[in-house]
Design a protein around this ligand. Structure first.
Ligand code: AMP
Ligand code: GLY
Length: 420
C-alpha cells in the first residue's frame, strides 16, 4: 500500500525508516519530510495541517493510509477530516487528541479514572482572582501550566509564590502563551525521576512498546533551558518487568478503560510521561503521538513489523498481537545548532554523514539543496547506536557524531548519565 507520513523531525525519519522496511509498504510519501526522509520515500512540500493539499496528494498518489507524527494535525482534526472521506488515519480523533491538546481535559480524565497524577486545580480567564487566591495556600515549588498546546514550552516550575503570580497573570492575560494559556492548570510539584511509556492502541486493546527516557535540558548534568530533547535511551534500567507490570495495572489499563468509556476514537500511539516518586508512578502528561527523540531509540529496538501493527490497530484488530523487542540498549544523541533553544542560524552545510557506519542517522531539522544537506532547525540530526549497556551505546553515538560537522554544532556528551 502507499502511505503518507506527516511530519518533518527525527521522529518521522525513524518512523519512515521502520515503515519502509515492511513488505506491506509500497510507496512512502512524507509531508513535508526532511533530508533524511527523502532518502527513504518521496517528500511532498505540504504542511502537516494543510488537509486540503494532503487530500489532493492522497488522490494523486493513490495513498491508502495516513500515519501522523506530530500532535498539531491531530489536535486540528486530521483523523476526522480523512475518516469522513474513507481514508484511514493512524492517530486519534480530534476529541481524543484533547488528552494532549488540553491539560485541563487530561487532568479531569485522570481524576475520573483513578489514574495517579499530581494534585491540581484549573482556572480560566474569568477566574484570575480565584487562581491568585489559590496560590496563597500552596507549598512551593509549584507548577503552572498553559492548558493548550504551547510547543512544549507551556510548563513553568515556580520556585516562589511571586514567580507563580507572574506566571498565572502572564498566562491568563494571554501575553505569555496566547490562546494556549486561556485556561491554566496549577499543579503540585513532583520530585522524582521521569520515564516515558509508549502504547500502541486500537482504542480497545493495546501493545506496550519499549520504555525510554529523554534528556530535555540543553546543558550537561540536566542544566539550562528546556529543549525538545537532546538525546534518549531505551530501555530504562530501573523499569524492570515488575515495574512495567505495575504501571500497566495502575496507569495503562485505567487509561484504556477511560478511552473506551468516553467512547474516544483512538487508533494511535499514546505516550505517557511519568514521574516516579518514591517508587510510585504519577502521570505528568499524555501525548497522543510518539516522543522525539524517544522514537529514535524505541523504534530501532522494535523487531516486529510496525506497519503490520499499525494496520491491525487501524482495523481494530490488535487483540492478541505481540511485540518483539531487541534486548540491547539503544541510545541517541542529538546534534543541535549553536544557540538552540534560543536564536540559532540555519542553512549551514553538513558534512561527514556518509562516513558514519556503526550508528543509524535520523535527520531532524535539515533540508537538501543542490545536492548538499543544510541545517534547517534547532535539532539537526539524531545519532542512534546499540550497545550492551548505556555507556557503550552512548560512546558509540558520540564517536560517530565526531564525523559529522557543521558550523555551530553542539551536543550533550552525558546522555544517560543519571542511570549508569
Ligand atoms: P508536561 O508537558 O506536562 O509533561 O511538562 C513538561 C515537563 O515539565 C515534564 O516533562 C516535567 O519535567 C516537568 N513537569 C511537569 N509537571 C510537573 C510536576 N507536576 N512536577 C514536576 N515537574 C513537572
Ligand atoms: N521528547 C518529548 C516529546 O516529544 O514531547
Amino acid at each position: 500500500m502507499n502511505i503518507l507520513l506527516l511530519g518533518s523531525g527525527g521522529r518521522e525519519h525513524a518512523l519512515a525508516w521502520k515503515v519502509a522496511q515492511s513488505p506491506l509498504c509500497d510507496q512512502l510519501y512524507i509531508a513535508p519530510g526532511n533530508a533524511g526522509t527523502s532518502q527513504i520515500g518521496k517528500n511532498l512540500a505540504i504542511g502537516v495541517s494543510d488537509f486540503e493539499a494532503q487530500d489532493r496528494a492522497v488522490e494523486e498518489h493513490n495513498i491508502q493510509m495516513i500515519i501522523v507524527g506530530p500532535e498539531q494535525p491531530l489536535v486540528d482534526g486530521v483523523y476526522d477530516y480523512f475518516s469522513a472521506k474513507g481514508i484511514p488515519v493512524f492517530g486519534p480523533s480530534k476529541a481524543a487528541a484533547e488528552l494532549e491538546g488540553s491539560k485541563d481535559y487530561s487532568k479531569k480524565f485522570m481524576q475520573k479514572y483513578g489514574i495517579p497524577t499530581a494534585a491540581y486545580a484549573s482556572f480560566d480567564q474569568s477566574e484570575l482572582n480565584q487562581a491568585l487566591e489559590y496560590l496563597e495556600g500552596q507549598s512551593y515549588p509549584l507548577v503552572v501550566k498553559a492548558s493548550g498546546l504551547a510547543a512544549g514550552k507551556g510548563v513553568l516550575i515556580c520556585e516562589t509564590k511571586e514567580e507563580a503570580i507572574l506566571a498565572v497573570q502572564g498566562m491568563l492575560s494571554g501575553s505569555s502563551f496566547g490562546e494556549a494559556g486561556n485556561t491554566i492548570v496549577i499543579e503540585e510539584f513532583l520530585k522524582g525521576i521521569e520515564i516515558s511509556i509508549f502504547v500502541l492502541t486500537d482504542g480497545k486493546d493495546y501493545v506496550l512498546l519499549p520504555s525510554a527516557k529523554d534528556y530535555k535540558r540543553i546543558g550537561e548534568g540536566d542544566t539550562g533551558l528546556n529543549t525538545g530533547g537532546m538525546g534518549a535511551i531505551s530501555p530504562v534500567p530501573f523499569a524492570d518487568e515488575s515495574f512495567i507490570k505495575e504501571v500497566e495495572e495502575l496507569i495503562v489499563k485505567p487509561t484504556m478503560k477511560g478511552i473506551r468509556e468516553e467512547q474516544l476514537d483512538y487508533k494511535g500511539f499514546i505516550f505517557i510521561g511519568l514521574m516516579i516518586v518514591d517508587g510510585k508512578a504519577y502521570v505528568l502528561e499524555y501525548n497522543v503521538r510518539m516522543g522525539d527523540p524517544e522514537t529514535e531509540v524505541v523504534i530501532p529496538r522494535l523487531q516486529s513489523d510496525l506497519l503490520d501493527l499499525i494496520l491491525k490497530a487501524q482495523k481494530g484488530e490488535l487483540a492478541g498481537s505481540n511485540v518483539e523487542v531487541d534486548a540491547r540498549t539503544c541510545a541517541t544523541v542529538m546534534l543541535v545548532s549553536g544557540g538552540y533553544p534560543e536564536a540559532y542560524q540555519k542553512g549551514k552545510q553538513m558534512r561527514g554523514m556518509d562516513e558514519v557506519k556503526d550508528s543509524i542517522l535520523f535527520y531532524a531539522g535539515t533540508k537538501e539543496e543542490n545536492g548538499h544537506v543544510l541545517t534547517n532547525g534547532g535539532r539537526v540530526i539524531a545519532i542512534t547506536s546499540f550497545g550492551d549497556n548505556i555507556k557503550e551505546a552512548v560512546a558509540q553515538s558520540l564517536a560517530e557524531g565526531e564525523k559529522i560537522s557543521f558550523e555551530g554544532k553542539y551536543n550533550r556528551n552525558d546522555i544517560g548519565f543519571d542511570l549508569v
